[in-house]
Structures are given as C-alpha cells and as structure tokens.
Design a protein around this ligand. Structure first.
Ligand code: ATP
Ligand code: MG
Length: 425
C-alpha cells in the first residue's frame, strides 16, 4: 500500500534500514493513517539498540533510554524511535517490573493494548498486523490484544484507555474486552490520579456520548477517587441528551469542551460547583480547567429564564459572552432534545445586543484619571467598581465626560463617608 509519510519520517526509516536495521511505524500513527485521521506523533519501532540509534543520527534526545526510546530530530520534526521490547511482570497492576529489549517486531506488538494500536508499517507501506487490527478497524471495534482479562490485570489504565479510544474513534467495545475490563475494574485503584485525569480529559474532549452507556454501567466507579464516583449517576441520567449535547459541543475549542463536559456531567449528577471543582482537582486538572468547569456549572444551575435585566447584565459581564451563550444553548438542547425550541438562547441574544459593557477594561476612564481627580489608595478601585456597576445599570453612559463627572461625585461622597444616592443622575 502506498503511504505518503512526511519526508523527515521517511528519512528516519530509510536511515535505520540503510544501517542494516528493521524500522516500522507503529501504534497510533498507523491506526490513524489507515482511518484517514490526521497524524501528529510518529512512533518508530526498530531492532537497533538505543546506542545504535543515537550513532546513526546527528540530532537525538535521550527521551527514555530506560524504556529504549530515543527522540530523533529529523529536519526539526521529533520522531520517537523505540527499540523492540517486551514488558516483564506487572506485579503492581500499573507498570511493568522490567522492560527487556527483544528481537522480534511481533513480540513488541504483542505487548500493546488494543489490536488497532498493534499494527506496524514499513517505509514501503507493508503492514504487519498479527492480531487482526485491520479487521477491527473495519468493524469499528476496540479489542484487547491477547486475553483481555490478563491485559487489564497487567495495567488498569488500559480500562480507561479502552473507553477513551472508543470515544475518540466512535468504536464499540468488543464483548470479551468489555468483560475483561469489568473483571479487573479494581485494578484502577493502583493507577495514579494524573494518568486517570489525562484519560478522562481525552474522553471529555472526544465523543463521550459513544461510551456513556458503558461508562454508566461500569464497575470502575467503586475503585476511583471518591470525588469521581458521582459521575456514574450523571452518566445514567444524561444518557438520552448525551448525543445532542455532544454534537453541539463538537465545534468548540478543545479546552472549552473539556470544561463544559465536566460541568454537564456534574449537573446531571446533581453536584454543586464546589464539588465539580474538587472533582477537577482529583483528576489533577489545571486550575484553569477546574475553575472553568465550576463557572460553567454555576451558569447551568442558574436558570436564565428567570433572570432580571440586572442579572443578565451582571452574568454577561462576569462570565463573558461566550460562556453565557454556551450555557443557555446547552440548557435549551438538554430540555428540548430533538426540537428547535431555544428560549434561553433567544433571551441571551436580546440581552447581548444591548449589553452596555463587557469588561472593566472597556470603561472609558482609567485609574490614572481617577487619581487625577484626587482619589488615593483603595478608593481608586472602589470608584472604578462603582462606575462599572453604574454603566452596567445604564445609570451613566460609558463615555469619558459623563464618567469624569460621575467619578468626581463618587470621590466626594465615598471619601467624605456620606451615603451617596446612586439612583440620582
Ligand atoms: P494518541 O497519541 O493519539 O493518544 P496513541 O495510540 O499514539 O494515541 P499513546 O498513548 O501515545 O497512544 O501510545 C502509543 C502506543 O503505545 C499505543 O498505540 C499502544 O500501541 C502503546 N501503548 C501505550 N500505552 C499502553 C498501555 N498502557 N498498554 C499497552 N500498550 C500501550
Ligand atoms: Mg501517541
């Protein structure tokens, strides 16, 4: 089969072969290439030892020598070259006790998790597929290499990887593989929160509606961090709305999708924004993701249909246009699966069109202006905050001369300690 791999990748394969070694692209890049999906990472397997690999290329980085991995910088493109290896013993259910280099590609492929990840391709496009990966790609199935229950026993993370690949590729879980996952659910106990968090984020960014029913009936929840357990209930309750919500989210930026998915799952599970943020932390997600998921959940729980004009302006200002729009759209879709009724989103559009100010920075007066009017210290901030509220409430126009006048009055009253009548003017 003719395959156009990028020139720097071809050059790595050719150099290894010219040195007398075997060289194959393996894993995700072969899978994605055969599926016609974009490929970003190129993993090469070879029978050359890491030292031999280093000696063949002018620019290499010893990324994981212990595991046999050398990164070759080929015309600036990083290509991971790993010596054929087999994993020996998995006494902790997390990682091999030892890795040993081996001589055959087949042995290297047999340690890989799923058949669709266990194919190799040489520079001429010849495919090595010992475990039926191509037929599983065609059937759209995630199936473990070898005896499923052994493979999940070796490494509990593979259970989440199975859900993740099914979500990313829109594949079904093979029946025996599913049984193997369930029999070994407790193996997740040994998996670090960071690795769990990475997989859950990848599921959140992918088509999670494809795996929501299996995740809802899975045993894994008893063996993960207690903060994550309510997700199971959320998945159960979401089941019918999941497809519509997920396809609506599809075009959003990946960071938005991850935070939104967590908030939607938590909303279905009946959790508070505080518990949602705690769940994000239990997954070791960045503060930004945790914060955004919590904010989005706050909006999902706020009922925009009942907001007053003031509340609309306040929420638009505090949460930003995009997030409020997305919360309104999500709630409409959730409640009206299958029809085009969009009451919250329609309200959003009306209020967004007349929103007087979106950010403090848009105020047509600066801190320096306020200082020039005689304010000092914390008073400057107080005046700015009050001016923002005044503009939001349309008590004053967001234009410089009106704001200067208003600021003068505010400084006078706030500094003088008298109560200022904000409804005036
Ligand atoms: P992507 O990079 O798109 O997430 P990938 O298939 O490249 O997908 P990686 O996690 O980068 O996945 O791993 C590269 C390859 O290494 C996999 O395709 C698989 O063959 C093998 N692999 C990775 N993790 C495991 C694991 N826990 N158990 C067995 N094999 C694994
Ligand atoms: Mg990869």
């Amino acid at each position: 089969m003719e395959m156009d791999w990028p020139a720097p990748v071809v050059s790595v394969l050719n150099t290894l072969e010219a040195g007398g070694y075997e060289a194959y692209l393996v894993g995700g890049c072969v899978r994605d290439r055969l599926l016609g999906r974009p490929v970003t990472d190129f993993d090469v397997a070879t029978n050359a030892t890491p030292d031999q690999v280093v000696s063949l290329f002018p620019r290499t980085v010893p990324t994981g020598l212990k595991h046999g991995t050398v990164t070759v910088l080929s015309e600036g493109l990083p290509v991971e070259v790993t010596t054929y290896r087999k994993d020996i013993g998995y006494s902790d259910g997390r990682r091999p006790d030892k890795v040993a280099f081996c001589h055959s590609l087949e042995e290297d492929l047999s340690r890989r998790d799923f058949t669709v990840n266990a194919m190799a391709m040489d520079v001429r496009g010849h495919i090595v597929d010992c475990f039926g990966g191509r037929s599983d790609l065609a059937r759209r199935v995630i199936r473990a290499v070898g005896v499923p229950s052994h493979r999940f026993q070796e490494d509990g993370l593979r259970i989440l990887r199975a859900f993740r690949f099914a979500a990313q590729l829109g594949f079904q879980l093979d029946d025996d593989t599913w049984r193997g996952m369930e029999q070994n659910a407790e193996k997740l106990r040994a998996v670090s929160p960071e690795r769990i968090g990475v997989e859950v984020a990848k599921i959140a960014a992918a088509d999670w509606s494809a795996v929501i029913d299996s995740m809802a009936k899975s045993e894994i929840w008893a063996y993960v961090d207690p903060h994550l357990r309510p997700l199971q209930q959320g998945f159960k309750r979401l089941s019918t709305a999941a497809k519509s919500l997920q396809s609506w989210m599809k075009p959003h930026a990946v960071e938005d999708r991850i935070a939104e998915a967590l908030a939607i799952w938590c909303h279905a599970a009946g959790l508070t924004p505080t518990s949602c943020r705690a769940m994000g932390r239990a997954l070791r997600w960045s503060n930004q993701y945790c914060q955004e998921a919590g904010d989005f959940l706050e909006l999902l729980q706020a009922n925009p249909l009942k907001w007053s004009t003031w509340e609309w302006r306040r929420h638009l200002f505090e949460f930003g246009e995009g997030r409020v729009e997305r919360a309104c759209a999500a709630l409409d879709i959730w409640e009206n699966v299958g029809d085009d009724h969009r009451p919250r989103w329609t309200l959003f559009r009306e209020y967004a069109q007349t929103q007087p100010i979106w950010r403090v920075q848009d105020l047509q007066i600066s801190g320096q202006d306020i200082v020039a009017l005689g304010a000092r210290g914390p008073l400057v901030g107080q005046v700015k905050q009050q001016l923002t509220e005044d503009v939001l409430m349309k008590r004053v126009l967001n234009d410089r001369s009106h704001l200067l006048k208003r600021a003068t009055a505010l400084i006078h009253s706030l500094a003088g300690g008298t109560t200022f009548d904000f409804t005036d003017g």
